[in-house]
Structure formats: C-alpha cells, structure tokens
Unconditional design. Structure first.
Length: 488
C-alpha cells in the first residue's frame, strides 16, 4: 500500500511539474507574441531541417499590395501564420486562413489574391496578396541587432551586428554564425536607388558557399532585377574559365533581413580573400617578423624627395622584389597611411600588400614600373637600356584577359575596372600579373582612371593583338549569345 501511495504521489508531482513548466513556456511565448496589426507585419514561418524555423514578412509594392517571397526550401512544407488570433483574422478569396496551412498550389504561382485582414468587428484592411516561391537557390537569413537595415542603407548607421543563417534549397543549414560587423559595400550615394550591397564580417571563419575557403569576410552583391545571371556572376564565370585563382567563389541566394525579403544576391568571397590563392605571403611574413608585427608603436610614413613614393619607416628583408599586391587608384583615394608610388606617366598605384609597405619597397616598385613603361611606350616595345621587351616585364596573357573582360562588360549593364596587379619575387617570376577581378554591380566608374591601364600603347603591339584574338576572342561571341538568351 505504501509503495502504491509513493508511486501515486510521484505521478502527481511529475504532473504538477510538467504543468508548471508548460505554463511558464506558454507565458514566455505570450510575452514575445505580437499580434498582426496590418499586412506589413503579418508573419509566416517555415521550418527547415532539425527544427530550424525562419519567419518571413511580406514585401510591399508601390500600390499598397504585398507579396510573400518564399525560399526554395519552403516549397511543399507546412507554412504557419504565426501572429493571427481570434481577433486578427486573415481571409484569402473569402476563405479564412487558419494558423497553420498548406497553401493551395494555385496560390503559389505569383497570381494576385484578394486578401482581407479583419480586426474584430471594427476594422478591416484589404489588399492584393501574392505568394511566390524561388526555385533552386539557397536562402540567407540575417537578423540585425537593431531589427532593420533601413538606417544602415541610408548611411546613418555605419555598421550593424547580428547573426546569419544560410539554408540550402533542400532545407539544410549550410552556415549559422554571428555577424561582428555588417556594412554597405559602397558609399550609399553611389547606389542611386538600386538595391544595396553589403560587407559581412563574421565572428569566426566559415564557408557558407560550397567549394569556397574558410573566411570570416564575405560580401552580398545585389542583383538588379531577376536575370538568370548577374553581371558580376557572369564576369566571375567567364574569367574563371581562364584564370580560376583570380575570381572570388560565389553562390546565388535569396536574402532576407529581419524577415523582410531584400532580393536576389550573390554571396561570395571578398576580392581580397582571393589574394591567398596567389601565394604572395613570403615577403609579408618576413617583413612583419623583422618589424615585430608593427606592434607597440605607431607606424610612421615618409615621402621621397620628389613626392612620387611614400611608405612606412621600417626595416626591410634583403629581397624586396616581391610579392606585392597593387591597386591602381586616383590620387584622391590615397590617405595619410597609404603606401604608394606614381610612375613617370602619372599613374598612381597603392601598395595594399604587404600592409604598411616601406618607403624602400615603394621606391623599388616605382623604379621597376618606370622601367616597364619605357618598354611599353617604345615603338618597338623594347626598353633601350635593359634590352627587355614588354613580354619580359608583363604577363601579357593576364593583361589581355583583363582588357577583353573590361571591354565586354563595359558594354553590358555594368562597368568593370579591374584595378589589381601583383608581382612575385624575381627568383620566382619577375613578371607583373593582372588580377584578381572584383565585383562590378556597385563599383563607381572613376572618370580619371577609366580604361584598361596601358591599353593605348599595348594594343599597338602585334603579339598582344594575337593573344586577344587567339585566346580570348570567343568571350565576346559566347557571352553575347548567353546574355541575349537570358534576357528573353
């Protein structure tokens, strides 16, 4: 009998505890619950694998109507309207929508449906509502600390923190990580009404793009409209056919920020992340070791007497012939902490790798580039002092690829200006190479440096023309036909 009573009391205690926990959970849910007050904050949630649930709100159009842009993985899954109640009720085509529903197939083809939100007996809202699924691409969900990217987009807020989750088209989580810093890829004034592009800095390295390397730096490049390929994606694919190491790896995605659909984006590595593919680190590593990683003291810079080169006051390795990553810039882009040089022909190059490059490095590069330019501007393409020709100084194939790509994409819906060059140590390869390529959707055209560097002179050289014709001529014909077919 006593044993029976103990069992009975145990069952009662367990039941009371379970009921108490249920009440606490329900209370917490109700505390975070926010009833729909309009179509603008009507919420749908979609569950992916392992109980991952993402909430989506509809996007408004100029006529006051709304569309739920649903990710690819949501197709065929149960949708839940999270914030409907007995007071806030939704009707579609005069049929009341319950909290959970599977949308009829004919609802999801993008057609406009008559929708009504009823709030008790006193208030109603009406609109034309659409549901539209993506097909075959991943989805990126960003939750910002402030709850909106509006301030970020306007330029009032320079950066945001938050979190990101990347879900594949079949509902598998590729990546889930905190965002240390999210900011605009370019100045907000450059966008002129087109969707914004963003830089993302994660709290640790991750690879949200299949096949890409681990990195904590990524970019989301907006794709205007819904073409089958964006200009940036087409550029990366085209150039990657010939020089895979010079283009970032990317993946097309649908992007949602705080539940609101932002549009279609290319999620890809930062161009700077591609530098590691080029094996340029030896000089940087030795240089930083000699200078104790520049820690514990402010880096000071010095100009040469002609003000044509500037670099840090630092100790140097014996061999400073490479490796370098350079960027062709306008003089106005240089800051007080830029290592740079300007050639005799007036072209400015910033040394972006190694960081804090020394004045001696800048001077070495200035003299080397002046030597190269002497060959470029010579009628026979030979430097009369050194006896070296253009092809002894420049990797002419990478220059020709750069020229052809810039010519082709500058005639499309975006301008491309590949401003990067790199050089290995002389003992490895003394040529100057061109690349990597960068995103082209938002980069502003800079009138003072528009056009492939040295093109006016190099196009006069028969061997350069032969390379363009024989190796890269098909870029124009192949991509022109692809572009036409994608726009039809």
């Amino acid at each position: 009998m006593k044993r029976t009573l103990r069992i009975l009391f145990s069952i009662i205690a367990f039941t009371v505890l379970t009921a108490g926990l249920w009440i606490i959970v329900r209370y917490q849910e109700r505390q975070g619950f926010k009833q729909a007050s309009s179509f603008d904050d009507l919420e749908i949630s979609v569950e992916a694998e392992k109980g991952i649930v993402r909430t989506i709100v509809p996007s408004p159009d100029a006529d006051g109507n709304y569309c739920f842009y649903l990710p690819s993985y949501a197709y065929g899954r149960e949708l839940r309207f999270d914030n409907l109640t007995d007071y806030a009720r939704l009707y579609i085509n005069d049929e009341r929508v319950q909290g959970r529903m599977a949308l009829p197939e004919d609802y999801t083809d993008g057609r406009e449906l008559a929708a009504e939100l009823r709030f008790g007996k006193d208030r109603t809202e009406n609109c034309l509502l659409r549901f539209k699924y993506s097909q075959g691409i991943d989805a990126v969900f960003i939750d910002t600390a402030s709850g909106s990217v509006k301030a970020l987009d306007s330029g009032r807020k320079k950066s945001e923190s938050g979190s990101i989750k990347v879900i594949s088209e079949d509902g598998i989580a590729r990546c889930s990580i905190d965002i240390k810093k999210m900011s605009l890829l370019d100045d907000p004034d450059l966008y002129d009404g087109v969707p914004k592009s963003y830089k993302l800095n994660f709290t640790k390295k991750a690879y949200p793009v299949p096949g890409a390397d681990n990195s904590d730096e990524w970019v989301l490049i907006a794709e205007p409209g819904r073409k089958s390929e964006s200009s940036t994606e087409l550029l990366f694919k085209t150039v990657g056919t010939y020089a895979e190491k010079t283009v970032p790896k990317g993946n097309r995605t649908d992007v949602y920020a705080d539940g609101r659909y932002l549009g279609r984006y290319l999620l890809c590595e930062k161009t700077e992340s591609v530098f590691k593919n080029l094996d340029l680190n030896d000089l940087n590593a030795e240089y930083r070791t000699i200078n104790n990683n520049f820690s514990g003291k402010k880096v000071r810079y010095a100009l040469n007497s002609a003000k044509t080169a500037r670099g840090a006051k630092a100790d140097n390795p014996k061999d400073i012939s490479g490796g370098y990553m350079l960027e062709r810039v306008s003089e106005g882009e240089l800051t007080n902490e830029s290592s740079f040089f300007v050639t005799d022909s007036g072209i400015f190059y910033e040394i972006i790798y190694p960081k804090n490059a020394s004045l001696e490095m800048a001077e070495y590069l200035r003299q080397y580039f002046n030597e190269v330019e002497t060959a470029i501007f010579a009628e026979d393409g030979v430097n009369p002092v050194t006896g070296k020709g253009v092809s002894d100084y420049l990797d002419t194939e990478s220059w020709a690829l750069k020229y052809v790509a810039e010519q082709y994409f500058s005639t499309q819906d975006a301008h491309v200006e590949c401003t990067y060059l790199y050089k290995y140590p002389d003992k490895t390869d003394s040529h100057i190479f061109f690349g990597p390529f960068r995103n082209i959707e938002t980069d502003a055209v800079k009138p003072d440096i528009t056009g492939t560097v040295y093109a006016d002179e190099l196009l006069k050289k028969p061997d350069i023309q032969d390379i363009i014709t024989e190796q890269y001529g098909d870029i124009f014909s192949d991509n022109a036909s692809n572009t036409r077919s994608s726009e039809q």
